[in-house]
Write a protein that binds this ligand. Structure first.
Ligand code: ARG
Ligand code: GLU
Length: 730
């Protein structure tokens, strides 16, 4: 284990020249010089790896910001103006919306700094520098250690490494495993806490096509919003204060007005969340056969119920907008993922790869039985993985009241552990959380979801995973009776279906509040269910999972040892990465060929007056009619909207800048094509494409649609493709 990480570098370094196709890979910015710079240049990049990541001078990385910890954003002006997706800022846009002043529907444009809207809890995180801490974290680790021994030594080492960092109050150090724990990197970050909403297009632009078009190419969504980072007068992070001033960045991205053409070099810089590139075939077939179908079915049921209520009532539509979009997003992604895996024969390819792996192993290799052992473990975990997903999807994700109870349980636990002091420490947070929770809560919708999903849980899981108190025969119910009445009774007698009653309880003395919470029927049901889950599902699940993780660490290392000609990159883990590719169309099916750019004409072609997904506002139609594209049209006089490329992205890359060969902004990443969403498990250059909004469309909306010229003036617009000798004659 000790030499692992050095070995990885040597392997990766020496085979760089053998790469056959570009696009695959999410690379660490500090290793680009070593691993990728040559290839990037051969693909057309004009800047150096040093211009992308440097700790000694301002570089592109200083403009890349982790937005709220879940999306990416970038600085595009000397005054801390931040560009991200509309769907990334959606929660904030929604939180400032009411039926009378609906920013989701109408958009929002602050005319000056004063009008920019603060967002409690929203953070903007910069990466100051990155350290390789593998040797320190893996000190003392031996191959023969059990999963538990290994983890506890690593935890101890991690704590020691953490202590060596002398940080400012606004800095953090985040240490993450790479290559399934064969390497560790530390990221020192600076976190800004005053991030204000500056502008958002109406959803008819920012969310045009909504769920029908989500994950789909050809796409016509202007998925962007604008925020601004505020700092104290020393340019350092501070809590919100009217005294704060716009942040002065070390670097901001200039914006190219020259657009893109098929084959152009592109690079996407951001915080991809999670991928699993090095899994064995047994894991992929579990996703395909068991887990994806179950999760898709659960979410389908939940979505149908929300949709029914949202179509009936405008206020409900606002209330449930963000929730619906979140649930719908991965529902659709999993469908696309399964489709892509099947279409590209991913499973068979993995099996062939494994046969090859097995064949290449030396007769006495310690890895000989690895794949067989992994297969056995995946088969052992299958029933628990399914039950785990069922429980999490239902109790923690789709039924709101049961997931809210998890918050109350933390409060009760704090009281029981640390008395009033522990309770009071959490109370303010719980109250803020509760206010937000009830703003978006509708008891009738929630009951209907709970009843329908509980029915699926009981029907589709082995009886040993259904607690007795949820089994129909113990509730005096008929074998096929719905859970409607039972859930209704529970909700009726609970105090937590209304904000007033809930707040009344949270305003009691800690002792009385805890006793009221504990005697609430929904709290009791959820607690019992959660205890049952922990004993019967998550404990056995985690025990096997630990073994799997240990074997996966070995398998990842073994693959690197065996396939010395293959270039390895670490799976995404919400750390800063660079991926690069080219503007490129694709052929998803026989006889179908997609070009890489869409135009405003395509937006108008999709227009359905009054539709909840494809409606357009009169101003948009008027601008189109007048062909009022200003400086933002391409050379054929058409206004580009979105484009695709072969950059390897995933969830978390939303809001990432698409950057040209010279380091200028050309687009904003927001999605992938449906068939290509399997790139999380199995990148395939033939159909994996990321979707970006063309930055000229963004500028056009800001300038022509919103009339927010003052924002355009803040930015730096450049013409990298302009030929210096050819002067325009007038
Ligand atoms: N699919 C994109 C992503 O994963 C966009 C999601 C937001 N849009 C939506 N219609 N739900 O985040
Ligand atoms: N929309 C995704 C996000 O929120 C990005 C699309 C993807 O998964 O590639 O990060």
């Amino acid at each position: 284990m000790k030499h692992t990480f050095k070995g990885i570098f040597i392997i990766m370094f020496s085979f760089i020249s053998c790469i056959s196709y570009a696009g695959e890979g999410m690379w660490l910015p500090q290793l680009l010089k070593l691993l990728n710079e040559n290839e990037m240049k051969s693909m057309g990049m004009k800047i150096s790896a040093d211009d992308i990541y440097s700790v000694n001078k301002g570089s592109l990385k200083d403009a890349i910001v982790h937005f709220g910890g879940f999306c990416t954003s970038e600085i595009i002006s000397p005054n801390g103006l931040l560009l991200t997706n509309h769907h990334c800022g959606y929660g904030q846009i929604q939180s400032h919306s009411t039926v009378e002043n609906n920013l989701i529907k109408n958009g929002f444009w602050a005319k000056n700094y004063k009008e920019e809207l603060p967002n409690q809890g929203l953070t903007a995180t910069f990466i100051d520098y990155i350290d390789d801490v593998s040797t320190k974290v893996l000190t003392g680790i031996k191959p023969e250690m059990s999963a538990t021994e290994r983890q506890s030594l690593i935890d101890k080492n991690l704590a020691d490494v953490r202590k060596t960092y002398k940080l400012e109050a606004y800095q953090n150090v985040i240490i993450r495993p790479f290559f399934d724990g064969n390497q560790y990197f530390a990221f020192v970050t600076t976190v800004y806490r005053d991030v204000r909403l500056v502008g958002a297009p109406p959803e008819s632009i920012g969310k045009f096509g909504s769920d029908t078009d989500n994950w789909v190419w050809p796409r016509h969504t202007g998925d962007f919003s604008l925020f601004r980072i505020y700092a104290d007068k020393n340019n350092k992070p501070a809590d919100y204060s009217p005294e704060n001033v716009p942040y002065k960045p070390k670097h901001f991205l200039p914006i190219s007005m020259d657009g893109i053409a098929e084959g152009d070099f592109t690079m996407v810089f951001g915080f991809p969340g999670r991928t699993n590139q090095y899994l064995p075939s047994s894991a992929i077939s579990q996703v395909l056969e068991t887990l994806n179908p179950a999760k898709i079915a659960i979410r389908e049921t939940s979505l149908k119920i929300m949709d029914k209520y949202m179509r009936e009532d405008e206020a409900t539509k606002i209330k449930y907008a963000a929730k619906y979009a979140t649930i719908a997003n991965y529902w659709k992604k999993w469908i696309g993922e399964s489709m892509g895996l099947k279409q590209t024969n991913a499973l068979q390819k993995k099996l062939d790869y494994e046969a090859n792996f097995q064949q290449k192993l030396a007769a006495d290799s310690p890895y000989k039985n690895l794949l067989g052992e992994l297969q056995k473990l995946y088969s052992d975990i299958n029933q628990y993985a399914l039950a785990n997903d069922y429980y999490s999807e239902i109790a923690l994700r789709n039924v709101d009241l049961t997931s809210y109870m998890a918050t109350l349980r933390r409060l009760v636990n704090a009281y029981e552990k640390n008395g009033e002091a522990g309770y009071n420490e959490l109370l303010l947070n719980v109250k803020t959380f509760s206010t937000n929770f009830y703003n978006d809560f509708d008891s009738a919708i929630d009951q209907e979801k709970f009843s329908a999903l509980l029915d699926m849980y009981v029907k589709n899981l082995d009886k040993k995973f259904v607690p007795e108190f949820l089994q129909r025969e113990n509730l005096g119910m008929q074998p096929n009776e719905t859970y409607d009445q039972m859930i209704k009774d529970q909700y009726l007698s609970s105090s937590f279906t209304s904000v007033e009653d809930a707040m009344a309880i949270l305003n009691l003395s800690p002792e009385k509040a805890v006793s009221a919470i504990k005697s609430d029927p929904i709290f009791a049901l959820t607690s019992e269910w959660s205890a049952f889950f922990s004993k019967e599902i998550s404990t056995p699940y985690n025990n096997i999972r630990k073994e799997i993780d240990l074997k996966l660490a070995q398998y990842t290392k073994a693959q690197m040892d065996v396939f010395t000609e293959k270039r390895f990159y670490p799976d995404a883990n919400s750390t800063l990465r660079v991926t690069y590719g080219k503007v490129n169309g694709y052929e998803p099916r026989d006889a179908v060929k997609y070009s890489p750019v869409t135009y405003l004409d395509g937006v108008i072609a999709k227009y359905v007056p009054g539709d909840y997904e494809f409606d357009l506002q009169p101003k948009m139609l008027a601008l189109y009619k007048a062909k009022d594209y200003g400086a933002y049209a391409d050379k054929n006089g058409k206004l580009p909207v979105c484009f695709i490329g072969s950059n390897h992205t995933t969830g978390g890359n939303s809001g990432s800048p698409a950057i040209d060969a010279n380091g200028n902004l050309i687009g904003l990443n927001f999605d992938r094509v449906w068939e290509g969403t399997m790139s999380d498990i199995n990148y395939d250059a033939s159909i994996c494409r990321n979707i970006m909004v063309d930055v000229r469309y963004i500028l056009w909306v800001v300038d022509k649609y919103a009339g927010a010229e003052h924002l355009i003036k803040e930015m730096k617009l450049v013409h990298p493709k302009a030929m210096p000798i050819k002067k325009k004659k007038r």
